[in-house]
Ligand binder design. Structure first.
Ligand code: AMP
Ligand code: ZN
Length: 465
């Protein structure tokens, strides 16, 4: 089956042809480890997990290398370490922050059904490769040393701006906001910068005597080359990374290696949004994966409901994250699981599912196909399909626990039951059913009964088993 992918570089859908079908190579920019991942950060992880699974299915599990880095050197990490561990030496505090955050990230992403990447390189373990690359760029005239920094000379790269499609004027306007005096041109960007005493630092490239640390963009250029080679198949990340991060990665890698491309295909997921705005730490409109899994607004959702909710929107579209949509996704899963007895997963994934995924990861189409299979004899196949999508194949876990491990917030359940009663009394049965379904989606089963003494309708509830 042929795979087509939308390529940001060419702005069209293209048939995917691996450079080497024996080793299909994918790189995705990973997290900067200083805080819990919010559900927006999880979107690229889930999207590229679907791609990874599809590539493994198409080319064989042993023929795909998926690299997703860990950025463990960054000013935000330093700031968080100083804030959280004010009495600990900075480097030790940084290690505590990055180790804790990385472990949490792994736990959260596994809960979302994401496979571990083949390689997860850490920036701090690739400083030597970064310095070598920087020295090469200096030797080629593509970079220069200035006041303890090394800067990339954008004028040395005529095709700079091709990925993002930005004009020189637009880029200049952005770059002029804050121009360091040592830059030869406002567009030039940092490859290496000096560290203050106590900050993480390494011996500098470019003959600079004072120690320093790498800029963010060079990290991905060095790590992708180290694990995937100078040119590889697919590079992915969120749409916000197109400029400047990916544009700069391309400039660095192509100039250092003298190649026509860095990756053949560039894929970008759209934003996960809240009321039309990107979910982000800086806007404060975020909810972490950990909160959703362990207790948020009185409920906790199984990871596969979060994953399934993402599948309802095509990866290039903006995804509106709402509680209603999440509950609907959870309910659908619950219906699917609730209907059938567990089987051993079949080895064959239905071809309609593979076909839908092979069309630029059309997950909404996959869901439509799953609805068609639902209830049919092919449940074994359905299970396999779910497994292929990363579900565990077990019944959805409907454990109502809050973050402190206490039972679900029965207060909110009682409130919903009361609201349902009001709706029934008002003969708004659609609303009453909606509330019952929402409760069911949360794993709460209602029982209506007349009080034998008063004749009044009473509703009790229990956690579904
Ligand atoms: P960051 O930690 O901000 O560097 O982001 C890590 C990854 O998450 C990058 O690939 C970002 O593009 C992606 N990302 C961050 N926020 C969102 C969002 N609201 N929607 C989708 N992807 C996002
Ligand atoms: Zn990157």
């Amino acid at each position: 089956m042929s795979l087509t992918i939308y390529n940001t570089l060419t702005r069209r859908k293209e048939a995917f042809e691996p450079l080497d079908p024996g080793n299909v190579r994918l790189y995705v920019c990973g997290p900067t480890v200083y805080d819990y991942a919010h559900i927006g950060n999880a979107r690229p992880v889930v999207v590229f997990d679907v791609l990874f699974r599809l590539l493994r299915h198409t080319y064989g599990p042993g023929h795909v290398t998926y690299v997703r880095n860990i950025t463990d050197v960054d000013d935000k990490i330093n700031a968080r370490a100083a804030q959280d561990y004010p009495d600990t030496p900075l480097n030790e505090a940084i290690r505590k922050v990055t180790e804790k955050t990385e472990a949490q990230f792994h736990e959260d992403m596994r809960a979302l059904g994401a496979l571990d990447p083949t390689v997860e390189p850490r920036a701090t373990e690739h400083i030597v490769q970064m310095c070598a690359m920087i020295d090469r760029l200096i030797a080629k005239g593509c970079a220069y040393v200035a006041e303890g920094h090394v800067l990339f000379r954008v004028a040395s790269m005529p095709e700079y701006g091709t990925l993002s499609g930005r004009s020189l004027d637009e880029m200049l306007a952005g770059a002029r906001v804050e121009v360091a005096p040592f830059k030869q041109d406002p567009m030039d960007f940092v490859l290496w910068k000096p560290s203050k005493p106590g900050e993480p630092s390494w011996p500098s490239p470019g003959g600079i005597e004072t120690p320093g640390r790498p800029g963010w963009h060079i990290e991905c250029s060095a790590m992708s080359a180290a694990h995937l080679g100078e040119v590889f198949d697919i590079h992915g990340g969120g749409i916000d990374l197109v400029f400047p991060h990916h544009e700069n990665e391309i400039a660095q890698s192509r100039c250092a290696h003298g190649t026509d491309v860095m990756a053949k295909v560039w894929m970008h997921n759209g934003f996960l949004q809240v009321e039309g705005e990107k979910m982000s730490k800086s806007l404060g409109n975020f909810v972490t994966v950990h909160e959703l899994l362990t207790g948020w607004q009185g409920y906790a959702w199984p990871g596969e409901a979060l994953r399934f909710n993402m599948f309802r929107t095509h990866y290039r579209q903006p995804l509106d994250w709402t509680r209603v949509s999440l509950d609907e996704a959870h309910k659908t899963l619950w219906d699917w699981y609730g209907d059938v007895e567990p089987h051993e997963p079949a080895s064959e994934v239905p071809s309609a599912i593979v076909e839908a995924l092979s069309d630029d990861l059309n997950t909404p189409k996959v869901i439509a196909e799953l609805h068609k299979l639902h209830g049919a004899k092919q449940f074994a196949e359905l299970r396999a399909a779910l497994g292929f999508l990363g579900f565990s194949g077990e019944r959805a876990k409907i454990e109502r626990t809050s973050s402190d491990g206490a039972p679900a917030d029965s207060g909110s359940v009682d409130e919903l039951i009361a609201a349902r009663l009001v709706a029934r009394q008002a003969k708004d049965f659609a609303e009453a059913d909606r509330i019952r379904d929402a409760l069911q989606a949360m794993g709460i089963v209602l029982k209506d009964a007349k009080d034998p003494e008063t004749g009044e309708l009473k509703t009790t509830w229990e956690v579904a088993r």
